[in-house]
Design a protein. Structure first.
Length: 106
């Protein structure tokens, strides 16, 4: 995931939450919003409910790598927000990747 493809602003996250479609997986929740005027952007959200900073950062690193390796599968001209559920702290990399793939195809 390139730096210019990262969602940074709260207003973008809120737009996706309010107007996008949502898909629920075992470890992740995916919000998708088609946009016409912007390239694909991805945001990652890991709540404090998931764990302490070490655990949250580990999950974010895994998710960034999954996104980087699967960038071609993400639909073009979409905003995508991936939120980690609290059970994701016990998930392996393979489990997160499988959940991500399932949500993208679903």
């Amino acid at each position: 995931m390139e730096n210019d493809n990262r969602m940074r602003f709260r207003r973008d996250f809120l737009k996706v939450y309010q107007h996008g479609s949502v898909r629920f997986g075992r470890y992740l929740v995916m919000h998708l919003l088609p946009v016409s005027d912007s390239p694909t952007k991805v945001g990652i959200s890991v709540s404090r409910k998931v764990g302490n900073a070490v655990i949250r950062n580990r999950i974010k690193r895994k998710l960034r790598e999954i996104i980087r390796l699967n960038w071609e599968q993400i639909p073009e001209k979409h905003y995508l927000v991936i939120s980690a559920k609290s059970r994701s702290k016990d998930a392996s990399y393979q489990g997160l990747e499988a959940d991500f793939d399932r949500l993208l195809k679903g």
